[in-house]
Design a protein. Structure first.
Length: 266
């Protein structure tokens, strides 16, 4: 029999967020819609339009500037890195500004670099912002009840996500244990790889025990499962998908109208 658990209290930041209570499946869908359109073209116009719209919508995400930049730090690092690589080794076209060996900076590579930076930001930032408020259990409920994915796959993924949070604790425990034995104060590189291997072994053992325990409790049974919490898909979810689709269509329309559309599969 399916039972519905009471809703857990949310933090103040989550209550202020307009997307915190949206079904995770809708967040996945909106993010994929934007990514699908932006990976089909490499031009700065479509990426700029999408990024501008996203930055406006981020104000309703309920995040402070500090939280926003901390959570998206890797995106801000990856975007310039990708742009620099494209700038130095991208497609040569137009005037040559600088060359050295295999490095060739031209008008074409500059334009591609700018487009690459904007595209990485336009794809990465909304993905991170949308996933910040996703609880792994809510995601599993949505994938199992709304997306109708196999329960065995969903529950296995949920168990794996729950274990990710233990990695830092395990790493800290290994570090303290090695220092207590007097072998963790020198050779930073060697210590890192030794601890990484130990963490890998520990993770495999824990995963095997968890899989056995879940199998013993019937999580792998070939029958239709019931769910403790109901996952609904209503007006808020459709609204988020509509916003994602609207931004994608607007980016394509402006890019085509300005003649900047550059279909990568052509």
């Amino acid at each position: 029999m399916t039972t519905v658990a009471p809703e857990l209290p949310r933090s103040a930041s989550e209550r202020r967020s307009a997307i915190a209570g949206v079904n995770p499946v809708a967040k996945l869908g909106a993010s994929l819609l934007l990514a699908l359109v932006l990976i089909l073209t490499i031009d700065w116009v479509s990426a700029s339009v999408a990024l501008a719209c996203e930055l406006v919508l981020f104000m309703w995400a309920g995040l402070t500037l500090k939280v926003f930049f901390v959570r998206t730090a890797l995106v801000w690092i990856a975007a310039p890195a990708a742009g620099l690589t494209t700038l130095l080794y991208g497609q040569a076209a137009g005037t040559v500004h600088w060359s050295f060996g295999l490095v060739l900076v031209t008008d074409g590579s500059i334009e591609l670099a700018v487009a690459t930076v904007l595209r990485v930001l336009a794809i990465g930032l909304p993905a991170v912002v949308l996933f910040i408020t996703i609880d792994p259990t809510d995601l599993a409920d949505g994938l199992g009840q709304v997306a109708k994915l196999p329960a065995r796959f969903v529950l296995g993924g949920l168990a794996g996500l729950r274990m990710v949070g233990l990695f830092l604790d395990d790493w800290r425990a290994l570090e303290l244990a090695r220092r207590a034995r007097g072998i963790g104060d020198s050779g930073a590189i060697r210590r890192f790889f030794n601890q990484a291997f130990a963490l890998l072994v520990l993770s495999i053992r824990r995963g095997s025990k968890l899989a056995t325990a879940m199998e013993a409790r019937g999580f792998g049974a070939p029958i239709e499962r019931t769910w403790a919490r109901e996952s609904t898909f209503g007006r808020r979810e459709w609204a988020l998908l509509t916003v994602g689709l609207a931004i994608a269509l607007l980016a394509v329309t402006v890019s085509v109208a300005t003649g900047q559309w550059n279909f990568v599969l052509a």
